[in-house]
Design a protein around this ligand. Structure first.
Ligand code: GDP
Ligand code: IMO
Ligand code: MG
Length: 426
């Protein structure tokens, strides 16, 4: 048995899609466990670019079984749009190789409307959500009034519950937010059609994974978002509403801890964040602009410009601790090429004190100043390099500092967005 978790160790968009796709070539199953179509995972194969939101990044290999777990929130409209686009590119999206847990919750149009209305109401304090209805869908789940994928399998009951929920949400939209109500009957007929389409995909993912583990299959657990966006442990309230952490894998898929052998933390060689919230190493200068331009730092889901900054080792040590990361995959190292010098944040300074651990209070984090160590840069084009020994000494030093600071090895080095632009370190 081999179970490998692939988790975002920062604020998302670390390159989980690329690394999952790479490792999927030697896997039997890729399972997503949390979040929904707020995720945007980019996989480049030859001249083609795939932007995956709900489909696990194993979908491009026909032999890989793809699973969507109970911890996810799934918008059927997005799911079928994505599957249609994949099918048009010749990808097999049949239930033979894609299954969805019946316990996953549904994102419905009123969740999206409420997400937008709530953000508008917050004004300058807005979270900067992806606008996909994630928060309101998880709110319904926690309030025990959510509709789940299973509910779609009984059309009459589903229509009745959807109608009742949509009517209740319309009161909120109108009376609390002053928004227009949604057309309930149009929603019911649209979602009844999805209910018919979804039926063959519905399964019990926990059972499927148990059977696969017993049969010695190789499984990848593909994270979405990143640990610093975790509902419990992230920079609350500027977080998502799920658990992108190792804990989220267990509850989100219905498996035991012994099913995970390795936890790979995906770490971008610098820091990015899309949406609001503290980011101690953010650069609002020319270097920040250079990272945006060279790294093409625009959100895969919303197209928003990502905030960029120097690598934050305080935040990374936190991620290693919280997720039990056993090894690191560094991505986008190529983006740092040609910068005169590089900085890494080794501690925070707050009220005259040095902090080596990330503060839990977001207000304190807002006030933290980064303490940097400066390292030499390199000018060689590292994108064609395929072995560790070819890398410039300065790049190796950069990786060594990360390893020493976090106490875990860097095993994978990504030097470009394509599959082949990857170095496996000894
Ligand atoms: P994810 O959400 O963690 O899967 O990451 P995204 O796909 O949202 O963002 C990562 C972006 O970086 C995508 O456009 C990838 O194609 C790209 N990418 C991944 N690895 C590398 C790399 O090593 N170098 C460069 N230049 N781009 C990369
Ligand atoms: P992947 O899987 C980066 C961020 C949003 C916002 C906060 C809450 O591609 O790494 P939400 O819509 O979830 O309620 O938004 O979380 N966010 C992400 N940022 N990558 C993601 O996913 C994200 N998913 C959510 O920008 O700050
Ligand atoms: Mg992304």
């Amino acid at each position: 048995m081999s179970g490998i978790a692939i988790l975002g160790a920062q604020w998302g968009d670390e390159g989980k899609g690329k690394i999952t796709d790479m490792l999927a070539s030697e896997s039997d199953i890729v399972a997503r466990f949390s979040g929904g179509d707020n995720a945007g995972h980019t996989v480049m194969v030859g001249a083609e670019t795939f932007k995956l939101h709900l489909a696990p990044s194993g979908i491009l290999y026909p032999q890989v079984m793809c699973l969507l777990g109970a911890g996810m929130v799934v918008n059927p409209r997005s799911l079928f749009n994505e599957l249609k686009a994949l099918s048009e590119k010749g990808i097999d999206i049949s239930p033979r190789r894609l299954r969805l847990d019946g316990k996953a919750h549904l994102i419905l149009p009123y969740h999206i409307a409420l997400d937008g209305a709530s953000e508008a109401r917050l004004g300058s304090s807005a979270i900067g959500t992806t606008g996909r209805g994630i928060g309101p869908a998880y709110m319904d789940k926690a309030a025990r009034r959510g509709l789940r994928v299973w509910d779609m399998l009984n059309e009459t009951r589903f229509a009745d519950r959807l109608r009742a929920e949509a009517q209740a949400k319309n009161i909120w939209l109108e009376k609390v937010y002053g928004e227009k109500p949604l057309d309930v009957e149009a929603m019911v007929s649209e979602y009844l059609e999805y209910a018919r389409q979804i039926a063959p995909y519905v399964d019990d993912v926990s059972v499927l994974l148990d059977q696969a583990c017993r049969a010695g299959k190789k499984i990848l657990y593909e994270g979405a978002q990143g640990i610093l966006l975790d509902l419990d442990h992230g920079t609350y309230p500027f977080v998502t509403s799920s658990s992108p952490s190792t804990g989220g894998i267990l509850s989100g898929l219905g498996i035991g801890a012994h099913r995970i052998d390795r936890v790979i933390g995906i770490v971008k060689a610098y820091q990015t964040r899309v949406g609001a919230g503290p980011m101690p190493t953010e650069l609002q200068d020319r270097v920040g602009d250079t990272l945006v331009e060279r790294g093409v730092e625009f959100g895969t889901t919303t197209g928003r410009r990502r905030r960029c900054g120097w690598l934050d080792l305080v935040a990374l040590r936190y991620a290693v601790r919280l997720c039990g990361i056993t090894e690191i995959a560094i991505t986008k190292l190529d983006v740092l090429t040609s910068l005169d010098s590089l900085k890494v944040c080794v501690a925070y300074r707050h009220a005259g004190k040095l902090l080596e651990n990330s503060p839990s209070d977001v207000n304190i984090m807002e006030e933290c100043e980064p303490v940097y160590e400066t390292l030499p840069g390199w000018t060689e084009d590292i994108r064609p390099m395929r072995t560790e020994t070819e890398l410039p000494g300065q790049a190796l030093t950069y990786l060594q500092i990360i390893e020493e600071s976090c106490g875990v090895p860097v095993r994978i080095i990504s030097v470009g967005p394509k599959r082949e632009q990857t170095i496996f370190k000894a």
